[in-house]
Design a protein around this ligand. Structure first.
Ligand code: COA
Length: 257
């Protein structure tokens, strides 16, 4: 597969994945998701890579799912949504698919799906003046596929509160609630140092460690159900309205359909 929405850089014993979808603020569109899942599968069997850093580009981590794709969701048959579901679910399973430690390095903002990628990573580092949050309800959708990871990272009731209130918060609060672990002026450097340090450890023990970590942190069952709810939500006119309202920079008019 050719990658046009991500860039991969291999270093000594670790790799860096850059999200790269500049016009859409690194939105996690279907193409980018497919490429992330593809590279995750490849990295999982590449023994020269023992840790992964995932980051954005141009000072931005990720603005979440591609809101333009929400507009067309209602025109797709549920069967097509069902076919797409694997990619949508697996993109947040990347850290598990890769079977290696994944370190997120965040700059700019991590919203919606971007927030989910941070929550799904094993370790997270942030720069300064970051915006974190789950604004999905503003658009007429719930953060279904990221919710299990957010709950796991910061606890159930706080995850519920943040999803319902759509609060946007900074790196200081993100660290306080355990979403990120470090605040750094140069987050990518710190993330790479962590990856480099981990990759010096025994390859066999690292494999066993990641098996232990991923199995005991598994969210698979919940995710399958949440992905089905997401499909139902994708068939709602209110999601089309919410997405169009965002793109047209106006307030949505909900009909409840
Ligand atoms: N999907 C698709 N396009 C997006 C996008 C997304 N998630 N986020 C931003 N864009 C597009 C905007 O539509 C705009 O396109 P245009 O230049 O054709 O008008 C462009 O990226 C720049 O966005 P803008 O809002 O002008 O940039 P900003 O720097 O002022 O703000 C954000 C950046 C990320 C804070 C803001 O764009 C935002 O809130 N995005 C939506 C985040 C969100 O709700 N994510 C959850 C999705 S489920």
């Amino acid at each position: 597969m050719d990658y046009n929405k991500i860039i991969i850089e291999k270093k000594d014993n670790y790799a860096v994945i850059f999200l790269n979808n500049r016009e859409k603020r690194n939105a996690l569109d279907y193409e980018m998701s497919e490429q992330l899942v593809d590279i995750s599968n490849k990295l999982s069997i590449d023994d020269t890579v023992r840790a992964i850093v995932i980051t954005g580009s141009n000072g931005i981590f990720c603005a979440g799912a591609d809101i333009k794709e929400f507009v067309n969701g209602i025109n797709k048959a549920p069967t097509q949504h069902f076919k797409d579901m694997d990619i949508n679910v697996n993109v947040f399973k990347c850290a598990q698919i890769i079977k290696k430690p994944v370190i997120a390095s965040v700059e700019g903002f991590a919203l919606g799906g971007g927030f989910g990628l941070v929550a799904a990573s094993h370790i997270a580092v942030a720069g300064r003046n970051i915006k974190f949050g789950m604004p999905e309800l503003n658009l007429g959708i719930f953060p279904y596929c990221i919710f299990p990871y957010v709950k796991r990272a910061i606890g159930e009731r706080l995850a519920v509160k943040l999803a319902l209130t759509r609060e946007i918060f900074d790196e200081t609060y993100a660290k306080e609630i355990g979403l990120i672990h470090y605040i750094e002026d140069e987050p990518l450097k710190k993330a790479c140092d962590i990856a480099s340090s981990i990759s010096t450890k025994s390859p066999l023990v690292l494999k066993l460690a990641m098996e232990a970590i991923n199995k005991t942190m598994s969210t698979s069952l919940e995710l399958d159900y949440l992905a089905l709810l997401r499909i139902i939500n994708f068939c709602a006119s209110d999601l089309k309205e919410g997405a169009e309202a965002f793109l047209e920079k106006r307030k949505p008019e909900w009909t409840g359909n």
